[in-house]
Design a protein around this ligand. Structure first.
Ligand code: FES
Length: 162
């Protein structure tokens, strides 16, 4: 399992905090998803081995919780808050704008591998709804026009990389 050294260090630190190793399943899966963007099959086997479980035990956790994804995401991850304040102020329109801009549906990766668009729950900035996280950056008051500007910026950054 190819994880960043800092992820491996955090995993080593987390496991002894739990009286039974099995209880570390959720935190380990979160750390892995943070690192690689999803939970690949090999991660399920790796976590099972680390926690002395059967892979099926870890697989059940991955499939039970909707926040775990089993497919890779795009290089850029656009997360649109859909909780009450954001929903009331147009989060659905904002999300659709991103989907249109990149020709992608929620939860899928754009054809060029650049972008995944997802709904998420409250991003704790309800006073500036609708709120969007792009990778680790929070963007406030993202209406359709702002979503189009941010999409253009993502395309510029992708072009600059190539
Ligand atoms: S409801 Fe969207 S940030 Fe809280």
């Amino acid at each position: 399992m190819n994880l960043k050294p800092e992820t491996l260090a955090r995993i080593d630190e987390v496991i002894p905090h739990y009286p039974s190793k099995r209880s570390a399943t959720l935190p380990l899966l979160h750390l892995i998803q943070e690192d690689v963007g999803y939970i690949p099959q090999e991660a399920i086997e790796w976590v099972a081995a680390r926690l002395e479980l059967q892979p099926i035990n870890v697989y059940e956790v991955v499939t039970f919780y909707p926040m775990f994804r089993q497919k890779p995401i795009g290089r850029r991850h656009i997360k649109v808050c859909r909780t009450l304040s954001c929903a009331l102020l147009g989060a659905y329109r904002t999300c659709e704008a991103f989907e249109r801009e990149f020709g992608v549906r929620r939860g899928e990766v754009s054809a060029d591998g650049e972008v995944t668009v997802d709904f998420v729950e409250c991003l704790a900035s309800c006073g500036t709804a609708p709120v969007v996280m792009i990778d680790d950056a929070l963007h406030e008051k993202v209406d359709v026009a702002r979503a189009q500007e941010l999409s253009a910026q993502i395309r510029r950054e992708a072009a600059a990389r190539s």
